[in-house]
Design a binder for this molecule. Structure first.
Ligand code: ADP
Length: 369
């Protein structure tokens, strides 16, 4: 298994920003994340030196790519400035909300859709939930913050590159089915380590939040990267979230992960809107019979035991998979289907939580470390 130490060791042969101290000892490494052999490293530099340090960035990336077990590597330069969000503390015990939690003008609510682990249908749920909220008449945007596995372009069937807004500064979000969309997938090819505009990690997310012309939105749905590591914690901490939705499958293992997800948002004082149980039961496409493949109802039980509202269950269903992989999400392609109705029911509960006062954040609690 590839470890953080392997990555750092590989960077010992690359001179750091001062041109001599090895990068791994330079103190400039801001974060190393590894997922499924994909490595993401942030190097903190002064923004004025970003261009000049491109060689260092490229060398670091090449060293990492050369390691056995590395499928892809993305090294970015993160602006070093006082306003830059602090990385999560090494032990993950960061309680403070980050400095970038000021509201985004025009955007009423920002919610995170998160999961304790990958593959539970988080992105599919985020996509259909967003479309469900739009179907309820809300103005909705989706920010795909899963830098490792951006799936919103596929889910919404959108490709191409976003244009610059008329002001020449901000990016115009893409749009599909009446929902505004931004994804790192529109900007960075999976393999090419292209980094746009003086390249950043958490700052990338902040750029997506603040340098995209979202316009007036009732809800911005943020599809978080799966898991509860430092990267997720930092995001949860640095985005002005009104609440979080956790997606879980009924299996025990994933519930343990879901619990970690709930704990993560609690830690950073983001209210839990609730839990969605995905792949909850199976409707046979041939006979219409229902089978509870997994011990169905686990997520409801778990959510309630932890004081989080239960938002609904989504069946494990062939059409959901086909439509989401085919860029025609079920909420818009078959809005009258029982599957779409399951998502709409979740959307109604989320809307209620956001706008009927239930999950509204009390005055932020300040935790002094
Ligand atoms: P995650 O974001 O958690 O990694 P995805 O949303 O990408 O998960 O879903 C993983 C796979 O499972 C995709 O192929 C998706 O189409 C499929 N999927 C998600 N939810 C369902 C569901 N309720 N029924 C059937 N397939 C589903």
């Amino acid at each position: 298994m590839l470890s953080k130490d392997d990555i750092l060791a590989a960077l010992a042969s690359v001179p750091g920003p001062d041109g001599k101290t090895p990068l791994n000892q330079s103190g400039a490494i801001d974060g190393v994340t590894i997922r499924d052999g994909k490595v993401f490293v942030a190097i903190r530099v002064h923004p004025a030196r970003a261009r000049e340090l491109e060689g260092m960035r490229a060398a670091a990336e090449a060293r990492i790519k050369a390691l056995a077990g590395v499928a892809s590597a993305l090294v970015t330069l993160t602006a070093e400035s006082e306003g830059a969000p602090a990385p999560a503390a090494a032990g993950g015990h960061a309680h403070r909300r980050g400095p970038e939690t000021r509201a985004i003008p025009g955007v009423a609510k920002i919610i995170a859709v998160a999961s304790g682990k990958g593959g539970v249908g988080k992105s599919t749920t985020a996509c259909n939930l967003a479309l469900g909220l739009a179907a309820l008449g809300l103005k909705v945007g989706v920010l795909d913050a899963d830098v490792f596995g951006p799936s919103m372009p596929r889910l919404f069937g959108v490709s191409g590159k976003p244009d610059l807004a008329p002001d020449g500064q901000k990016l115009k979000p893409m749009e599909a089915f009446g929902v505004k969309l931004m994804s790192i997938g529109f900007l960075v090819d999976e393999n090419a380590a292209v980094v746009w505009r003086g390249p950043m990690v958490m700052s990338a997310l902040n750029q997506f939040l603040r340098e995209v012309e979202w316009g007036e939105l009732d809800v911005l749905v943020v599809d978080m990267p799966p898991g509860t590591g430092d990267a997720q914690l930092t995001m949860a901490q640095n985005v002005p979230l009104s609440g979080a939705v956790i997606v879980s499958t009924p299996q025990d293992l994933s519930l343990i992960d879901a619990r970690r997800g709930m704990a993560m948002f609690r830690q950073v004082n983001v209210p839990l809107i609730g839990v969605v149980e995905n792949m909850s039961y199976f409707i046979c496409p041939h006979c219409g019979g229902r089978s509870d493949i997994f011990a169905h109802g686990g997520a409801r039980h778990e959510a309630e035991a932890h004081g989080a509202p239960f938002l609904g269950e989504i069946p494990l269903d062939m059409t959901i998979r086909e439509t989401s992989d085919g860029g025609a999400p079920i909420v818009v392609s078959a809005p009258a289907s029982p599957q779409a109705k399951a998502y709409l029911a979740v959307a109604e509960r989320v809307r209620e939580a956001l706008f009927a006062g239930a999950a509204q954040r009390a005055a932020p609690r300040i935790v002094i470390e």
